[in-house]
Write a protein that binds this ligand. Sequence first.
Ligand code: IPT
Length: 960
Amino acid sequence: MSLRTTHSVDVGHVEDVSPGSGALPPRAWYASSDADSLSLNGSWRFRLSATADAEDESFAAEGFDSGGWPEVRVPGHWVLQGDGDFGAPIYTNHRYPFPVDPPRVPTQNPTGDHLRTFDLPDGWPAGGGAVLRFDGVESCARVWLNGTDIGEFKGSRLAHEFAVGHLLKESGNVLAVRVHQWSAGSYLEDQDQWWLPGIFRDVTLLHRPAGSALDFFVHASYDHLEGTGTLRVDSDVDGRVSVPELDIDVATGESVTVPVRPWTAETPRLYDGTLVTEGERVPLRIGFRTVVLADGLIKVNGTAVLFKGVNRHEWHPETGRALDPETMREDVLLMKRHNINAVRTSHYPPHPAFLDLCDEYGLWVIDECDLETHGFTEQGWRDNPVDDDRWTPALLDRASRMVERDKNHPSIVVWSLGNEAGTGRGLTAMAEWIRGRDRSRLIHYEGDWNCRDTDMYSRMYADHAEVERIGRGLDGGPLKRRQLPFIQCEYGHAMGNGPGGLADYQRIFEAHDRIQGGFIWEWIDHGVKDERFGFAYGGDFGEELHDGNFVCDGLLFPDRRPSPGLVEYKKVIEPVRIEGGDASGTVRVTNAYDFADLSHLEFEFSYQVDGFPTGAHWLTVPSLGPGESAEVKLPATAPDGQGEEVQWTVRALLAEDTPWAGRGHEVAWAQQTVTPRGPLPAATGTRPAADSDRITLGPASFDARTGVLRTIGTTDVTGLRLDVWRATTDNDDGASWQDDVRNGVEWRKLGLHRMQHRLDAVELTDDALTVRTRVAPAARDVGLRTVYRWTSDGTRLRLTVSVTPEGDWTVPLPRLGIRLGLPASFEENVTWFGSGGEAYPDTGAAAKTLQWHTSVEDLQTPYVRPQENGARADVRWAEVGYLRIEGDPEFWFTARQWTTEQLDAARHLTDLTPGDTVWVNLDHGQQGIGSQSCGPGVLPQYRLRVRPAEFSFVFSTVDD
Ligand code: IPT
């Protein structure tokens, strides 16, 4: 049943499960070489109504006066335009933001009437037909041209075409599109993202000359044993296919086999060809490759591939899912530059131009259908459309629109039926249809744990131990599944700080053939640029239901700046492994590509003393084939560090410019310490002296009553004391549905954010000032006996902190170290020898240890929801303003212009403003990060267990 009133506006289709009516059958998406086309993007007149039937259809008639209407940009989402006059975005993860009563939708159904007029350009041919193409409209549209109703459609991220030649006029054409935010289609589009109505992809008028190509299917396979490619182009309209470079000139439908270079994501060789029909020339970009399931593995051109992938939603912080070509290219370039070789187009087919870029630059693609019904999980999957035959035509429409539109892309190796849609006959019908149409690719769907419909076993967020079991074939399951390869279609939830544990996953992936890699969730934070907050997330628009910052879980910040998670991933998946070799001075290099040799790389070698480079050499590495290794002699002998640490660094760099990065771009690297630094000075011998309210010890002064440090040289120091608290990360807090202990929640329950420091004694001896304390939360009997022992040699000040736990600690600590406040003027100058970027125990693979210099401001990582960030690992020494700190052992170094408490309380970056103190944390330990915001927590080896600890720092003053 759908809406029935006496009112005459026709809205029956909105709540109809059918995919629509009036559109042409789906076909390949291509740009003709010679047929005319007219972009109808641009400024359209716009009227927003609160309900689907508020306004009659007279606006679609010729001569309608829309003079008073405001304008919207097409492609675009109206809720992101109009300065709030056009409604606002809504973010929910899986809950439908409307009552679940399929296929009914709310009466309050924002409806945007879009109107524009256009003239045919001069020279638009008189003969032939014309097609009006919509590349994406959310979620349901009815279209009129020159007053004639030409049809309606759903399937937001799929192309829909209408034959309109008979309706076109030379000038004054009136195109009217009524778009409803909610429709029956919304039940099939419950992806975890903002709900963003509008005509968000291109609108184009295509001239279709008589005899033009309709639909065609390029079959280009590769025989890796023979080194030949076989090409056959099946075309609805007969014609010829030529590929000049290969001397190919054959009729459509005819096969030809010639020697070729294959297409792979690593070597994306494309051949330019042309399909010529009587009325049209269509450029082809042909990549020869063969995808099969063989020996239980996904093989391309005979070789098993390892996906080092990401899940990519389309996102731009200002235009939402309306992406310009530059943004799409930027995504691809960023992926290539970060060693990513695969994309799952979560959770819908992307703009077709993105797939062209994947063909061109080389990325394996899992193209996913625009289908998710996740919200039905709230009712135990009852009434799930994928298990209800009434919806099957809509599902098949979506499957066929994906396959037909995208079938000519060599980059697509797998079709995915959709995401999180439970199980049901509709999915089986989709898989059967796809198999019938395209046997040259494999089928994926994560929800099908028995692999009834799929060619691979796929899971999301399986923890390390389970992946290991799957790798070893010990996971059980039906026979069919046991014979299939495994991928993690989502893992490494990149929400806020993290994800942790990626290197551990990668080791497992690489250890077992059955595991063919994974796809990080996800590529980019979907923060909405917002004057109030910098970037807005769920709840910032006053939504009735929302899921907060769960929408910001990408490897890129919303403005596409790489987060430390992306830098980490790049290192973890690097395609060349460089390891310290034997003691005689060698380095072992292994080619971890699946197809490419190493001839495109050159290897730079250098020594560093105290983290400072001493000049570079080239390392001669043979052009190893995939999987091969070599032991290479170091090109120089190590310098004498004279007590300073000596390390080497090897960097694998692009030897030539490539389309995605220039010569010198770093692909992989490794470091090794050759001679460790000498021991830190004991810094003893000076006697502490007390006068009335001060104790002096070498360069330092202390409060005589409390034993608290006041100054070092001329530098005022405030609040130096033990610190165990960090502003919990999204991964510390975990997701509410997680069964495992969520540390962030436990920590707060225990009171670790409000530790009290009880002073037990201030003791002066001949060579030390000792301050004894007990640090513990109210209401609990657990505590940390903490002793600060200060000594000096006259110029340097040494602090040794000893921590002895008391009571029954059942959770790890967030951090263990000291914090201290320094003058705000020290903000500008920070130098350290340690990891360059942010690093925590399980996110430190990319921690390149050198001497670095920056400001406190630039040490911050701008997670959209503020949280613990910016720690530098393995720090030997740091200089903040005039204060030098050396650690024994190495420490984690963090500095901010606000306190941890302020960071913890902030909801957006705009809540944080610099105060008059630079707060520095010097940590002996940090709890790992894990991925519990939607995955496993911190692995045992990265937990900061509560146990006795002792660590020292030596402070001195830097000369200016
Ligand atoms: C999984 C979804 O597939 C994805 O769209 C996203 O929501 C992700 O989680 C979390 O950010 S579903 C989850 C319940 C495992």
